[in-house]
Design a protein around this ligand. Sequence first.
Ligand code: ADP
Ligand code: MG
Ligand code: MG
Length: 339
Amino acid sequence: MKKRILLLAGGQSGEHEVSLMSARSVLGALPRDQFDVTPVVISKQGRWLPPTETQRALESGEAATGGDLVLHRVASAEGYDAVFPLLHGPMGEDGTVQGLLTLAGIPFVGSGVLGSSVSMDKVMTKQVLASAGIAQVEWRLAVRREWQQTPDAVRARAAELGFPLFVKPANLGSSVGISKVGTPDELDGALNLAFGLDRRVILEAMTSHKPREVEVGILGNDAPIASPVGELRFDAEFYDYETKYTEGRATMHIPAPLPPEVAARVQAAALTAFRALDCAGLARVDFFYVEETGELLLNEVNTMPGFTTTSMYPKLFEAAGLSYSELVTRLVGLALEER
Ligand code: ADP
Ligand code: MG
Ligand code: MG
């Protein structure tokens, strides 16, 4: 019997378009002799689109409006063997959709409520990983109310980290809302931008030297494995949205040209992080490697990483001998696994 899969894509976050790109790849890759796949695109307003509108959105790459309230549609999600929530960012990758699917009793690809929500929030991630003994940059938390009522306290907290520093919405991805702040006079603009997107903002120190950016894929549930390590190189101040999604701006190096001992440290730290955060299925764990000092700092854990056929996560496992279509098949298998 073919497995019935519901593929959710789009969604309400700033990564709506990125998700639709990934969904097109996954739709093309789940073997049709094993799976009967139904895509449902979620509009930017959070409503689930019916089939014809879903098709149109997949073709155009965007769905601003339309569709039905999720609670009207979730009953129709019953009868699927598994859901592939190929959604990035808030209202998709952050435990919300995972909670809905858990309540509905439908198995799904990727981390559950706990792993998704903690990994989505860059501050919670840092707190949990610090207690797991993982090295990270220095950071501070600020919340919107504080920024509105006592902005000087927030500015002083930022200054403790020194400049340049990074200001980021705690719960986003694809570099949306992130600023590299070179001098104190750029700080307010960066904070206003980040607080416009999230109630929680993380301030992060930079490493003393420009770090190399290395990433590793993790695959599995309670016995996860690590992929080879990859590296991103680009010619920009940092890996911002434009650099990420403009063809030819960044290059992927797989395997990363690293001493084997460093690559092994990356894999070990990523597996520790995956377990500490109670992740499942898949995650891409991103690090800064400071060549001059040998420091390896964990940057973030993405529980639903970019998933087009040319994205880092699938490429990392391809280097390990797992094709894109084998990878998505394996992920559905992990969703159905008894845990
Ligand atoms: P996202 O979840 O949006 O990808 P990241 O935390 O990975 O957010 O930040 C995006 C990019 O910004 C990173 O890939 C890196 O280029 C740069 N960056 C973020 N934080 C730092 C930092 N503390 N030091 C140096 N570069 C950083
Ligand atoms: Mg991210
Ligand atoms: Mg990132």
